[in-house]
Design a protein around this ligand. Structure first.
Ligand code: ATP
Length: 229
C-alpha cells in the first residue's frame, strides 16, 4: 500500500473535520476523493502532505509516518494560487527546480507544451484556466510517488479539462498513485479506478469504481447525487 490511514482524526477546536478515517491507496491507481464542500477532503490531503498534524490515528506513506521523508514522496496541489504572480513561467521552472530536488525540468517543459503554455508568459497575465494548467504542470513535474490534486478541474473549460485528465492518466500509467478531490464527478468518473466518498469527515462509500457501478447498478455520478441529496 502506498498510503495508509488508520482511524485518522483531525479536529479544529470543536469541529471534527476528519473522523476515524481508515483507507489504503494502492500503487498506480487513480482515486476519486469525492464529497461536497466541507466534507474534509482538503484536511485529509494536507495531513498526507505533512502540512497539518492529525489529532489522532496513524497516517503513513510507503510505510513511513508522515514527516520529512514522506514529503519527498508526495506532491500536493492545493486550491490556492501558490505560484508567485510576478514570475514568468520560465522563472517558475527555475524556482521549482531549486525548491524540489525531484523537480524534473524536462517533464515540466513537455507538460507546458502539452498545455500550450509559453515559457515567456508572466503568471499574472494568465487566464484562470491557464493558471490552473500551470499549477498542474508544476505538480506533475515532480518525481513523486503520490500526487494529490485538490480540485484540479476548477475554473477550467471543457477542452482544457480533457488535457488535464489525460495528463493525470499518463502520470498514473507511469506507476504513480493519484488522489483527486473533486465535486465535478461526471467529468472525473471516466478516469477513476477507485472512489472514496466522504461526508462530514467520514467515509460513506469506497471501492473500485467498476465494482461499485456493478453492485449498485448505477454510475458514480448517480450514487454521488443520492449520497449527498
Ligand atoms: N483552519 C480551519 N479552522 C477551522 N475549521 C476548519 C479549518 N479548515 C477547515 N475547517 C473545517 O473543517 C471542515 C472540512 O473542511 P475541508 O476544507 O477539509 O473540506 P473540503 O471537503 O476540502 O471542502 P472544500 O471542497 O470546500 O474545500 C469544514 O467544516 C471546515 O469549515
Amino acid at each position: 500500500m502506498l498510503l495508509e490511514a488508520k482511524k485518522l482524526c483531525k479536529g479544529y477546536l470543536s469541529k471534527k473535520a476528519i473522523k476515524d478515517v481508515s483507507m489504503a491507496l494502492e500503487t498506480g491507481k487513480i482515486y476519486g476523493f469525492l464529497g461536497p464542500n466541507g466534507s474534509g477532503k482538503t484536511t485529509f490531503m494536507k495531513m498526507a502532505a505533512g502540512l497539518l498534524h492529525p489529532t489522532s490515528g496513524e497516517l503513513r506513506i510507503d510505510g513511513q509516518l508522515i514527516g520529512i521523508e514522506t514529503k519527498k514522496l508526495a506532491a500536493y496541489m492545493s486550491t490556492d494560487n501558490f505560484i508567485y504572480p510576478y514570475m514568468k513561467i520560465k522563472t517558475v521552472r527555475a524556482y521549482f527546480t531549486d525548491f524540489f530536488e525531484d523537480f524534473d525540468g524536462n517533464r515540466f517543459d513537455e507538460l507546458l507544451k502539452y498545455m500550450q503554455l509559453e515559457p515567456h508568459l508572466k503568471v499574472s497575465s494568465l487566464s484562470s484556466g491557464m493558471a490552473a494548467k500551470l499549477k498542474i504542470a508544476v505538480t506533475l513535474a515532480r518525481k513523486a510517488k503520490l500526487f494529490m490534486l485538490d480540485e484540479p478541474l476548477n475554473g477550467i473549460d471543457l477542452v482544457a479539462r480533457e488535457k488535464i485528465l489525460n495528463a493525470i492518466v499518463q502520470c498514473a500509467n507511469e506507476g504513480n498513485t493519484i488522489l483527486i478531490s473533486s465535486h465535478l464527478v461526471d467529468e472525473m468518473e471516466k478516469i477513476l479506478d477507485n472512489v472514496i466518498l466522504l461526508k462530514d469527515g467520514e467515509i460513506v462509500l469506497t471501492g473500485e469504481a467498476e465494482k461499485v457501478r456493478e453492485e449498485q447498478g448505477k454510475s458514480i455520478v448517480e450514487l454521488y447525487k443520492e449520497v449527498y441529496a
